[in-house]
Every structure is written in C-alpha cells, then in structure tokens.
Design a protein around this ligand. Structure first.
Ligand SMILES: [Zn+2]
Length: 291
C-alpha cells in the first residue's frame, strides 16, 4: 500500500499528482495497450472517506457473495501481485488464509520492496526499508500460519518503489513468463488511485489476457478516495468474500507486523502510512474483489 507520501499530510512534498508530474509514464510497447485514465481523477489526499460512511452504505452488504474456491479453483495457482509489502495482507490477507486452507498453490509476487515509504527520513533509509519491509511480509505470513509446506512461493521483482509505471514493460515481461492459463491473478485494481497499484493492475491485466489466465482486481486505496456508490468503481464486477472471526483476527494480527508503516516518523514529520483510520477501512469481516 505504501505511498511515497503521507496521505494525511497536505504539506507532503510528494502527493500523487506531483508524483505523476515527476514520473511521466513511459509508453508500453505492447500493441493495443490501454492507458489508464489519469490518476489525478482519483486523488489520495486528506483523511479520505470515513469508514463509517462505507459501513452505513447498504450497497456493500448487498454485493453478491463469492467463495475462495470460486475465486481461485484449487486445480490452478493463485498469483498474488503486491505492489508494496503490506498490500498482500491489506487487500487479500483473508483470501490468502482461505487459499492455504483449501490447498491452492499460491505465488506471491512482491513488485517493489517499498523503499520509498519514508522520503527524507533520518530513521529509515531506503536501504533499511529494503531489508525491513520484506521481513515484515514474511512475519505477516507467519502470523497468518502461512509458513509451512504449503506456504506461498515468494518472488521479488525488486522494481523501484514509486516508479512501477516507468518499468511497466519489465513487469509485463516477467508476468508473461510466470502466468499459465489455469492461473488466477489477484492484483490491485487498474484504477486504484496509487500509481504503482494502477501500473501493477495494468501490467497484470495485459499479461493475464495474453496468457489466458483469469484476472481478479482488488481495491485498496479506492476506499480512501471513492465514496459509497461511487460510479467510478466497477460495482457490477464486485464480489464479497466473507471472513470468519478467526481469519479476520489473524489478518488484523498480521497487519501489526508492518511496523515501519504504523508509526509517525518524527525525523521527517511524516505521519504513519497506516494510521488507525486507514486500517479501519481495510480490516472488515469481508474482502471485496472485482471479478
Ligand atoms: Zn501499496
């Protein structure tokens, strides 16, 4: 989920739209590659839509249910694409547990190591983050019981955090080599609002189509900038995966492993990337998938 900015902080020097100006997207050389709409339509700024607003909206409760087996049949693999360490838990930590329980072979692709989460910090350098954040993911998987023989296979693309769009072709090529027709690919939604999340979604959608794999997209930052019933979200594709109390509790415990994201950084003045009001939007007894 990591952003190279603090979503709460209006004075942060690297808000998403500024990021866009700094890192112009390079043209993907794949023929007929659709370009995402401008991320500036989906600003991640301020505190975002309160979780209470989402919970008060009946639309979420009325979304059609889906099971883990329906999302990812056991005979194929589930490929989870995380733009940053923590997205795999925030977006689909419940599903990961359910896939593990049903014996689905799972591959977790960490696209970046999340080294850009603390710009200007005197406490956490990019080198520190490159070491710590993958460790946090490993601890989170262990916390969810995903560290045994059927543990997800971990792959790291090591693309630069905040610059996935500029490496779209590289990611697309990697995915073309990885994906098989019976795979189900879980990736952050192509219009999730964060440039890295959108770039991962775009690369995965193209690669999945080329490899005849199934694509499922996941909103993460969308809960921040969108509003209940927001016509910009593909509600017609949205499905609701119910989580048991135990699964939700382990997901909540796993999130606590992402210590670098949970605290303010006094050395830079940056607020926590995952403060309580952000986590509140992401830790419910269900997860939403765009099928
Ligand atoms: Zn992320």
């Amino acid at each position: 989920m990591t952003a190279p900015y603090a979503p709460q902080s209006p004075q942060t020097p690297r808000a998403p739209h500024e990021f866009e100006r700094e890192h112009r997207p390079q043209a993907l050389q794949t023929p007929r590659a659709p370009q995402p709409r401008q991320t500036t339509e989906r600003h991640i700024a301020g505190r975002g839509t309160p979780d209470a607003d989402w919970q008060a909206w009946r639309g979420l409760a009325e979304l059609p249910p889906i099971t883990a087996a329906e999302l990812a049949p056991t005979q194929g693999r589930a490929i989870i694409i995380a733009p940053h360490p923590d997205d795999e838990v925030l977006a689909c930590g419940g599903l990961l547990q359910l896939l593990h329980a049903q014996g689905t072979r799972t591959v977790l692709l960490a696209v970046t190591d999340g080294t850009a989460s603390h710009p200007g910090s005197g406490l956490l350098s990019p080198t520190d983050l490159a070491r710590l954040r993958p460790q946090e993911t490993a601890a989170a998987l262990q916390t969810m019981g995903l560290d045994n023989a059927n543990a997800p296979q971990l792959l790291r693309a090591r693309l630069p955090d905040g610059q996935v769009r500029a490496h779209l072709e590289e990611l697309h090529t990697l995915l073309r080599q990885l994906l098989r027709p019976d795979d189900t690919v879980f990736v952050t939604w192509r219009q999730d609002g964060h440039p890295d999340h959108e770039a991962c979604g775009l690369a995965a959608s193209l690669a999945a189509r080329a490899c005849r794999a199934t694509l499922v997209e996941m909103p993460v930052w969308s809960w921040h900038w969108a509003t209940p019933g927001d016509p910009r979200l593909p509600w017609h594709r949205a499905r609701r995966l119910q989580l048991s109390d135990d699964v939700l509790r382990r997901k909540q415990q796993a999130v606590q492993c992402f210590q670098t994201q949970l605290h303010d950084d006094p050395s830079s003045g940056q607020q926590a990337i995952l403060p309580p009001h952000v986590l509140a939007r992401l830790l419910h007894p269900y997860e939403i998938y765009f099928t």
